[in-house]
Write a new protein. Structure first.
Length: 237
Protein backbone atom coordinates (compact mmCIF):
# COMPACT_ATOMS: atom_id res chain seq x y z
CA UNK A 1 0.00 0.00 0.00
CA UNK A 2 1.23 3.47 -0.85
CA UNK A 3 -0.22 6.83 0.08
CA UNK A 4 -0.58 9.44 -2.66
CA UNK A 5 -2.40 12.71 -3.08
CA UNK A 6 -3.84 14.85 -5.83
CA UNK A 7 -5.30 18.31 -5.72
CA UNK A 8 -8.67 19.40 -7.02
CA UNK A 9 -9.29 23.17 -7.12
CA UNK A 10 -7.05 23.61 -4.11
CA UNK A 11 -8.55 20.71 -2.15
CA UNK A 12 -6.02 17.98 -1.34
CA UNK A 13 -7.33 14.43 -1.81
CA UNK A 14 -5.30 11.62 -0.28
CA UNK A 15 -5.67 8.09 -1.52
CA UNK A 16 -4.22 4.68 -0.82
CA UNK A 17 -2.88 2.85 -3.83
CA UNK A 18 -2.92 -0.94 -3.79
CA UNK A 19 -1.36 -2.84 -6.64
CA UNK A 20 -3.20 -6.09 -7.14
CA UNK A 21 -4.78 -8.45 -9.56
CA UNK A 22 -7.64 -6.29 -10.80
CA UNK A 23 -8.64 -5.78 -14.42
CA UNK A 24 -7.56 -2.18 -14.62
CA UNK A 25 -8.29 0.45 -11.93
CA UNK A 26 -10.91 0.47 -9.14
CA UNK A 27 -11.65 3.39 -6.90
CA UNK A 28 -13.78 3.47 -3.76
CA UNK A 29 -14.40 5.53 -0.62
CA UNK A 30 -14.66 3.24 2.42
CA UNK A 31 -16.80 3.83 5.51
CA UNK A 32 -13.83 5.33 7.36
CA UNK A 33 -13.69 8.06 4.73
CA UNK A 34 -10.53 6.74 3.08
CA UNK A 35 -10.08 6.76 -0.68
CA UNK A 36 -8.75 3.42 -1.85
CA UNK A 37 -7.50 2.82 -5.39
CA UNK A 38 -6.62 -0.67 -6.60
CA UNK A 39 -4.78 -0.97 -9.88
CA UNK A 40 -3.21 -3.71 -11.92
CA UNK A 41 0.59 -3.78 -11.83
CA UNK A 42 0.87 -2.98 -15.52
CA UNK A 43 -1.01 0.32 -15.24
CA UNK A 44 1.52 3.20 -15.23
CA UNK A 45 1.31 5.56 -12.27
CA UNK A 46 0.63 8.59 -14.47
CA UNK A 47 -2.51 6.87 -15.77
CA UNK A 48 -3.68 6.13 -12.22
CA UNK A 49 -3.11 9.73 -11.20
CA UNK A 50 -5.07 10.98 -14.17
CA UNK A 51 -7.87 8.54 -13.36
CA UNK A 52 -8.11 9.73 -9.74
CA UNK A 53 -8.03 13.32 -10.96
CA UNK A 54 -10.98 12.63 -13.28
CA UNK A 55 -12.95 11.23 -10.31
CA UNK A 56 -12.10 14.12 -7.96
CA UNK A 57 -15.54 15.65 -7.84
CA UNK A 58 -17.19 12.27 -7.23
CA UNK A 59 -14.69 11.61 -4.39
CA UNK A 60 -15.33 14.97 -2.75
CA UNK A 61 -19.09 14.41 -2.86
CA UNK A 62 -18.65 10.94 -1.42
CA UNK A 63 -16.39 12.13 1.40
CA UNK A 64 -18.95 14.80 2.25
CA UNK A 65 -21.57 12.05 2.42
CA UNK A 66 -19.46 9.94 4.82
CA UNK A 67 -18.82 13.02 6.96
CA UNK A 68 -22.55 13.81 7.03
CA UNK A 69 -23.32 10.33 8.35
CA UNK A 70 -20.67 10.77 11.04
CA UNK A 71 -21.96 14.20 12.04
CA UNK A 72 -25.50 12.86 12.29
CA UNK A 73 -24.46 10.41 15.04
CA UNK A 74 -25.26 11.63 18.56
CA UNK A 75 -21.99 12.53 20.30
CA UNK A 76 -22.02 9.54 22.64
CA UNK A 77 -22.70 6.99 19.91
CA UNK A 78 -20.29 4.11 19.32
CA UNK A 79 -19.89 3.20 15.67
CA UNK A 80 -17.32 1.68 13.37
CA UNK A 81 -14.82 4.33 12.33
CA UNK A 82 -15.40 6.61 15.32
CA UNK A 83 -12.34 8.38 16.73
CA UNK A 84 -11.67 7.54 20.38
CA UNK A 85 -8.96 9.18 22.45
CA UNK A 86 -6.83 7.03 24.74
CA UNK A 87 -4.18 8.74 26.90
CA UNK A 88 -4.27 11.68 24.54
CA UNK A 89 -3.78 9.72 21.30
CA UNK A 90 -6.49 9.30 18.65
CA UNK A 91 -7.59 5.76 17.77
CA UNK A 92 -10.08 4.52 15.19
CA UNK A 93 -12.74 2.23 16.62
CA UNK A 94 -13.24 -1.05 14.76
CA UNK A 95 -16.26 -3.10 15.80
CA UNK A 96 -16.64 -6.78 14.92
CA UNK A 97 -19.03 -9.55 15.96
CA UNK A 98 -17.54 -12.12 18.28
CA UNK A 99 -16.41 -12.96 21.78
CA UNK A 100 -16.36 -9.99 24.09
CA UNK A 101 -12.89 -8.50 23.87
CA UNK A 102 -11.18 -5.15 23.38
CA UNK A 103 -7.65 -4.70 22.09
CA UNK A 104 -5.61 -1.64 21.38
CA UNK A 105 -3.01 -1.53 18.64
CA UNK A 106 -0.92 1.33 17.31
CA UNK A 107 -3.85 3.43 16.12
CA UNK A 108 -6.88 1.16 16.28
CA UNK A 109 -9.10 0.04 19.14
CA UNK A 110 -10.58 -3.33 18.13
CA UNK A 111 -13.81 -4.16 19.85
CA UNK A 112 -15.21 -7.61 19.35
CA UNK A 113 -18.61 -8.02 20.92
CA UNK A 114 -22.10 -9.50 20.81
CA UNK A 115 -23.59 -6.10 21.57
CA UNK A 116 -25.04 -4.30 18.62
CA UNK A 117 -26.75 -1.29 20.20
CA UNK A 118 -24.81 1.83 21.08
CA UNK A 119 -25.78 1.69 24.78
CA UNK A 120 -24.40 -1.85 25.16
CA UNK A 121 -21.25 -1.00 23.25
CA UNK A 122 -20.71 2.05 25.37
CA UNK A 123 -21.02 0.21 28.69
CA UNK A 124 -18.65 -2.51 27.46
CA UNK A 125 -16.14 0.12 26.38
CA UNK A 126 -16.40 1.96 29.71
CA UNK A 127 -15.82 -1.32 31.60
CA UNK A 128 -12.63 -1.79 29.62
CA UNK A 129 -11.59 1.83 30.21
CA UNK A 130 -12.13 1.28 33.95
CA UNK A 131 -9.80 -1.75 33.92
CA UNK A 132 -7.11 0.29 32.15
CA UNK A 133 -7.66 3.22 34.53
CA UNK A 134 -6.94 1.26 37.69
CA UNK A 135 -3.32 0.53 36.75
CA UNK A 136 -2.66 3.82 35.00
CA UNK A 137 -3.90 5.99 37.87
CA UNK A 138 -1.96 3.93 40.44
CA UNK A 139 1.23 4.32 38.42
CA UNK A 140 0.80 8.08 38.12
CA UNK A 141 0.08 8.38 41.85
CA UNK A 142 3.25 6.36 42.60
CA UNK A 143 5.20 8.82 40.50
CA UNK A 144 3.60 11.91 42.04
CA UNK A 145 3.31 11.02 45.71
CA UNK A 146 7.06 11.13 46.57
CA UNK A 147 7.06 14.77 45.37
CA UNK A 148 4.28 15.82 47.77
CA UNK A 149 4.65 13.57 50.80
CA UNK A 150 6.90 16.06 52.61
CA UNK A 151 3.91 18.42 52.65
CA UNK A 152 2.15 15.93 54.91
CA UNK A 153 0.06 14.43 52.12
CA UNK A 154 -1.04 10.84 52.88
CA UNK A 155 -0.86 8.12 50.22
CA UNK A 156 -4.55 7.91 49.34
CA UNK A 157 -6.73 5.04 48.21
CA UNK A 158 -7.97 5.56 44.65
CA UNK A 159 -11.56 4.98 43.61
CA UNK A 160 -12.32 4.96 39.89
CA UNK A 161 -15.77 6.18 38.86
CA UNK A 162 -17.52 7.23 35.69
CA UNK A 163 -18.70 10.74 36.44
CA UNK A 164 -20.58 13.28 34.34
CA UNK A 165 -19.48 16.61 35.73
CA UNK A 166 -16.29 16.33 37.79
CA UNK A 167 -12.82 14.93 37.13
CA UNK A 168 -12.05 14.03 40.70
CA UNK A 169 -12.80 14.53 44.36
CA UNK A 170 -11.01 14.10 47.67
CA UNK A 171 -12.29 12.72 50.97
CA UNK A 172 -9.89 13.66 53.73
CA UNK A 173 -11.60 11.50 56.42
CA UNK A 174 -11.12 8.25 54.50
CA UNK A 175 -7.81 9.36 52.91
CA UNK A 176 -9.14 8.61 49.46
CA UNK A 177 -9.42 10.33 46.12
CA UNK A 178 -11.97 9.58 43.48
CA UNK A 179 -10.91 9.86 39.84
CA UNK A 180 -13.12 9.94 36.77
CA UNK A 181 -12.40 7.05 34.38
CA UNK A 182 -13.08 9.53 31.55
CA UNK A 183 -9.59 10.86 32.33
CA UNK A 184 -8.20 7.85 30.45
CA UNK A 185 -9.01 9.70 27.23
CA UNK A 186 -6.67 12.54 28.15
CA UNK A 187 -2.89 12.77 27.94
CA UNK A 188 -0.99 11.89 31.15
CA UNK A 189 -0.24 15.52 32.09
CA UNK A 190 -3.98 16.23 32.20
CA UNK A 191 -4.40 13.27 34.58
CA UNK A 192 -1.43 14.43 36.68
CA UNK A 193 -3.06 17.82 36.99
CA UNK A 194 -6.21 16.27 38.49
CA UNK A 195 -4.21 14.06 40.87
CA UNK A 196 -2.14 17.03 42.09
CA UNK A 197 -5.35 19.00 42.52
CA UNK A 198 -7.01 16.34 44.65
CA UNK A 199 -3.86 15.79 46.71
CA UNK A 200 -3.65 19.52 47.43
CA UNK A 201 -7.08 19.23 49.05
CA UNK A 202 -5.47 17.20 51.85
CA UNK A 203 -3.81 20.50 52.83
CA UNK A 204 -6.56 22.97 51.91
CA UNK A 205 -10.18 21.88 51.59
CA UNK A 206 -11.23 25.00 49.68
CA UNK A 207 -10.13 26.58 46.41
CA UNK A 208 -8.44 29.47 48.14
CA UNK A 209 -5.40 31.41 47.00
CA UNK A 210 -3.22 29.21 49.23
CA UNK A 211 -4.65 26.12 47.56
CA UNK A 212 -3.74 27.33 44.07
CA UNK A 213 -0.33 28.55 45.23
CA UNK A 214 0.44 25.03 46.42
CA UNK A 215 -0.87 23.48 43.19
CA UNK A 216 1.27 25.88 41.15
CA UNK A 217 4.32 25.01 43.22
CA UNK A 218 3.79 21.33 42.46
CA UNK A 219 2.77 21.70 38.83
CA UNK A 220 3.50 25.14 37.32
CA UNK A 221 1.65 24.38 34.07
CA UNK A 222 -1.52 22.97 35.69
CA UNK A 223 -3.78 25.62 34.16
CA UNK A 224 -2.78 24.82 30.61
CA UNK A 225 -3.39 21.10 31.28
CA UNK A 226 -6.79 21.83 32.78
CA UNK A 227 -7.80 23.85 29.73
CA UNK A 228 -6.75 21.03 27.45
CA UNK A 229 -8.71 18.56 29.54
CA UNK A 230 -11.86 20.68 29.36
CA UNK A 231 -11.72 21.26 25.63
CA UNK A 232 -10.11 18.28 23.91
CA UNK A 233 -11.29 14.99 25.31
CA UNK A 234 -15.02 15.20 26.01
CA UNK A 235 -16.68 12.91 23.47
CA UNK A 236 -19.97 12.13 25.19
CA UNK A 237 -19.10 8.41 25.54
ZN1 LIG B 1 -11.00 20.98 44.04
Amino acid sequence: MELHAIEYEGIPIEYELIRKDVKYINLRVNKHGQVVVSAAKRVPFSVIEEFVQSKALWIINHLAEVEKIRMAQPSGAMYDGKTLYYLGEPYTLHIAQGLRQIQRSENIIYMSTFQTDSVGLRSEYLDWLREQATGTFAKLLDEIHPKVKDYGIPYPKIQVRNMRSIWGSCTVETQSIRLNLQLMKADPDCIRQVIYHELAHFRFADHSRRFYALLTEWMPNWKECKERLETMYKDGV
